[in-house]
Design a binder for this molecule. Structure first.
Ligand code: HEM
Length: 139
């Protein structure tokens, strides 16, 4: 009986290990469809925000949607390649303040909430996104 229990525990541990190593954040989020939904919601959030919208005055929004979705896919370890410009190239010259950076992250969180992304997954994605923070502030 005790032996059986030990074996069951070992099997569960093994299965648990397999499950976590084989699933990427991309899969946990719900794949490209969910990433596209987040990006679509994010664009709406930007559209309705008077502080952040002016940054996008001259932006080709279709390109932004495509490149931003690609980058999120890469951050989530999905099957994508980022084909856009570097964060310095894109955001250099915008002189983005810390407050506006944080506000943009808040808009992104709203977008994830509206796509019903669970908070632990939101935190993972945000931490992978915001490591680029220093590459874009006050440039
Ligand atoms: C959370 C960190 C951020 C990430 C990961 C990020 C990522 C990106 C990506 C991937 C693109 C598309 C690049 C391309 O077209 O090649 C982009 C474009 C852009 N981003 Fe960000 N961004 C971030 C924060 C911000 C902030 C805080 C602002 C302004 C407040 C901003 C304003 C813009 C604008 C205006 C464009 C379009 C540039 C253009 O028209 O060429 N971004 N961003």
């Amino acid at each position: 009986m005790v032996k059986q229990l030990v074996m069951t525990a070992a099997a569960i541990a093994l299965l648990g290990g397999c499950a976590s190593s084989s699933s990427t954040l991309y899969e946990e989020l719900g794949g490209q469809a969910k990433i596209n939904e987040i990006v679509e919601n994010f664009v709406h959030e930007i559209e309705y925000n008077n502080t952040i919208l002016p940054y996008f005055a001259d932006t080709d929004i279709d390109r932004f949607i495509q490149k931003f979705a690609e980058q999120l896919c890469v951050f989530a370890e999905g099957p994508c390649t980022y084909s856009g410009d570097t964060m310095e190239q894109v955001h250099g010259g915008m002189n983005i303040s810390e407050a506006d950076f944080n506000l943009t992250v808040d808009l992104f969180i709203n977008a994830m909430n509206k796509a019903n992304i669970p908070h632990p997954l939101q935190n993972k994605l945000i931490s992978r996104m915001t490591h680029t923070r220093k590459q874009m502030l006050y440039l």
